[in-house]
Design a protein around this ligand. Structure first.
Ligand SMILES: O=C(O)C(=O)[C@H]1CC[C@@H](C(=O)O)C1
Ligand SMILES: [Zn+2]
Length: 339
């Protein structure tokens, strides 16, 4: 497997039952880079210096240069930080008609709870963290209030280079940059996003496992109306082949990214990301771009377009029946024994 400089010890990396090919690692000036991005295939870009101005963003620097605002951290008893969209709970109520109102409210398990913290407290807790303690993950969108030092560095990112990429590949606007500071061993379980992503690694190493949108059927995402929308129901690190038999057909790609590497995670591509040894914590910053305009549709349509269609069908059916919980039964009736 290809990795960045001072590679983490490969024997430490978890083994999986499914095959994992290497994501290409190319210098950002290599013309193949834009061919891969154009065809929405992942690639690790080296030498871009995209966030070179953030190469000093270790815990000490962030502690001194992120001001005294509140930052969002997630706390988890285990090592998984599965995104839970609280807004979906309100949407379920708004879609569900009167006939479901008197149903007992389903209790959703929140794998990680979010809470505000000062960067100084967070840094102290990371330094003092030891195996067995609850795990922390700072996940905070950067803004002009992120602290003077950090903002100054942010301004000095290679905006010329990344904006040229955005334009060349017809991406939509930059929605935001999420700063991620997590402990070694933290896992963001398999999910996809509806945005293009340039994922810049700043401190420490992360093992990134990706699957193409075409493997939707092997990864059993939660329903669109569920707070775990876009997240896979499967746990790659604890596979349940009885419940999810198609996991046996998984075939992924992977890369270990280190400081200075930028991983292109194409829109709708599944990704499972783990902070790995030897460093105690990792710092990453992503660049999320809205999808560009669809333009001329080519047939047969692509995997990611099928995912977008399936999402729209689920939303439309839930809305039409005023009850998200009835969508599965209707779809089964519609296809079983007929197609
Ligand atoms: O950038 C993305 O798309 C993400 O999923 C981020 C959310 C948690 C991050 C991680 O590195 O664990 C990755
Ligand atoms: Zn993601």
């Amino acid at each position: 497997m290809s990795t960045s400089r001072n590679e983490p010890d490969q024997c430490n990396l978890r083994k999986y039952d499914f095959p994992l090919d290497d994501i290409p690692r190319l210098n950002c000036m290599d013309p193949q880079v834009d061919e891969l991005i154009k065809s929405k295939k992942p690639v690790v870009l080296t030498g871009s210096n995209l966030v070179g101005a953030a190469s000093k963003w270790d815990l000490d620097y962030l502690e001194k240069n992120m001001g005294n605002g509140d930052f969002t951290i997630f706390v988890s008893k285990g090592n998984q930080f599965k995104f839970f969209d609280e807004k979906k709970l309100a949407e379920i109520d708004s879609v569900s008609g009167a006939h479901t109102k008197n149903r007992p409210q389903k209790e959703y398990i929140r794998p990680a709870k979010s809470c505000p913290i000062k960067i100084q407290d967070f840094a102290k807790r990371v330094r003092e963290w030891k195996d067995g303690d609850e795990r922390l993950y700072l996940q905070q969108a950067l803004s002009s209030t992120s602290g003077a030092g950090v903002v100054q560095d942010f301004i000095r990112f290679r905006w010329d280079w990344v904006t040229a990429k955005q334009k060349l590949h017809n991406w939509g606007k930059l929605t935001y940059n999420l700063l991620l500071v997590g402990l070694e061993g933290n896992v963001t379980p398999c999910h996809y996003d509806e945005q293009e992503n340039l994922f810049a690694q700043i401190h420490g190493h992360k093992r990134c496992i990706l699957f193409p949108p075409e493997q939707f059927g092997c990864l059993y995402p939660h329903p669109v109306w569920h707070p775990h929308d876009r997240q896979s129901q499967v746990d790659l690190d604890n596979p349940d082949y009885d419940r999810f038999p198609k996991m046996r057909d998984l075939h992924g790609v992977q890369a270990v990214v280190g400081p200075g590497d930028v991983l292109y995670i194409p829109i709708y591509w599944w990704h499972h990301i783990e902070s790995v040894k030897p460093e105690k914590y990792t710092v990453s910053l992503n660049f999320w771009y809205k999808a560009g305009p669809v333009g001329q549709v080519e047939y047969p349509i692509k995997g990611y377009q099928k995912v977008a269609i399936m999402r729209n069908v689920e939303k439309m059916l839930a809305e039409a029946m005023q009850d998200p919980e009835e969508v599965g039964a209707l779809l089964r009736t519609m296809v079983q024994g007929r197609f």
